[in-house]
Ligand binder design. Structure first.
Ligand code: PEP
Ligand code: MN
Length: 363
């Protein structure tokens, strides 16, 4: 299924962007000074295009810092005035959205907990209806692509064309090294289903700690994502929320220096030609692979018939163990990854057994 929604490219609402869309700023605005000091340093790095700051904070448990509230919108306005950076915050209900629109914010985003609730998304959609707001939609906390797509559709149905999806990872079911595990397959799936929906990555909420920000950011670019949202704070150790994952503006710049930014197209005819040559070879090899698999199936069927005629079982464990050892050994000599070879032969063997049992069950 491909949904050809009428969604604008980022450049149409942020014309001076010539790089990936980099959004940065504190998890939460805490004071006028913290917000402004962070912004002034960020603005020195011309790779930062939008300033973010949480004003209303959705906290998983009550009792933690829940944001400074509406006063933060004024601080954001001052930041835009002083630094020229477009400003954005998270909205989680109709009232937030009304206030944020009234304050002229350039970007609104729907947080992961809100995307998980179609009622909340609809409430926000009803308020932005008929405006030219830019709405970013984080993935829901649970790995449900349909909920994420549904939120995009609700906002789009309200007439909003400036939409960006943000991948911020999913709540893990068990302890993982990341706070929220990334699911790159889901990102590919969304790109396939909505080819013109820009997607950026939020490595801060995926990582949960500073040490993983680089690897996740680089992976996001390797996957062709169009930008990053990275939290930054003038003094992360004192942050009132998400202290472990925020960077100082200087560390953010250092991180950006290390990243290799990749583009879907190189705009270089030599590169394109070379890529075409290589892709043609891959296409040819893939069709050979399939032909070889199909000849293998012919033989498997013969074996199935032969076993049936002689009342022998489809599965013979000794043969299977030996086959696997042999193929893994062969794969090693050819420099193939052991797990890769194992998985492929498990699949091939499973399907062979399935075909043979089918033959045996035939009347
Ligand atoms: C945030 O951006 O500060 C935030 C709360 O993110 P998320 O909705 O991804 O948890
Ligand atoms: Mn945060």
């Amino acid at each position: 299924m491909t949904l050809k929604l009428d969604i604008n490219p980022i450049k149409s609402w942020l014309p001076n962007i010539d790089n990936p869309l980099l959004i940065s700023g504190p998890c939460s605005l805490e004071s006028e000074k913290q917000a402004m000091d962070t912004a002034k340093l960020l603005a020195k790095d011309k790779r930062v295009f939008v300033y973010r700051g949480g004003v209303w904070k959705p906290r998983t448990r009550p009792g933690s810092f829940e944001g400074v509230g509406s006063i933060g919108l004024k601080w954001l306005q001052q930041i835009r005035e002083e630094t020229g950076l477009p400003i954005g915050t998270e909205v989680a209900n109709a009232q937030h959205t009304e206030e944020a629109l009234k304050a002229g914010l350039d970007v609104l985003w729907i947080g992961a907990r809100s995307t998980a609730s179609p009622f909340v998304v609809q409430e926000i959609a009803d308020v932005v209806k008929g405006t030219d707001a830019v709405v970013m939609i984080k993935n829901p906390v649970n790995p449900d692509v349909q909920l994420w797509l549904g939120a995009v559709e609700r906002i789009h149905q309200a007439g909003i064309k400036n939409i960006v999806a943000i991948h911020r990872g999913f709540t893990p079911f068990r302890q993982t090294k990341y706070r929220n595990y990334p699911n790159w397959k889901t990102v590919i799936e969304i790109k396939r289903m909505m080819p013109n929906l820009p997607i950026i990555c939020d490595p801060s909420h995926i990582a949960g700690t500073r040490e993983y920000l680089y690897e996740i950011s680089q992976k996001a670019f390797d996957m062709g994502m169009e930008g990053l949202m990275l939290e930054s704070h003038i003094d992360p150790s004192c942050a009132m929320s998400d202290a472990g994952q925020q960077l100082t503006p200087a560390d953010l710049s250092r991180l950006l220096d290390r990243l290799v930014i990749r583009y879907e197209n190189a705009n270089n005819p030599d590169f394109e030609n070379q890529l075409d040559v290589l892709r043609n070879r891959i296409d040819a090899i893939d069709s050979e692979l399939l032909e070889i698999l199909s000849s293998r199936v012919d033989i498997v069927k013969k074996i199935g018939q032969y076993k049936k005629d002689n009342n022998v079982t489809a599965l013979q464990i000794n043969r299977w163990t030996k086959l696997m050892e042999d193929r893994v050994g062969l794969g090693k000599k050819l420099d193939l990854n052991e797990t890769f070879v194992k998985i492929i032969f498990q699949l091939i063997h499973e399907d062979s057994v399935r075909m043979q049992t089918e033959i045996m069950d035939e009347e």
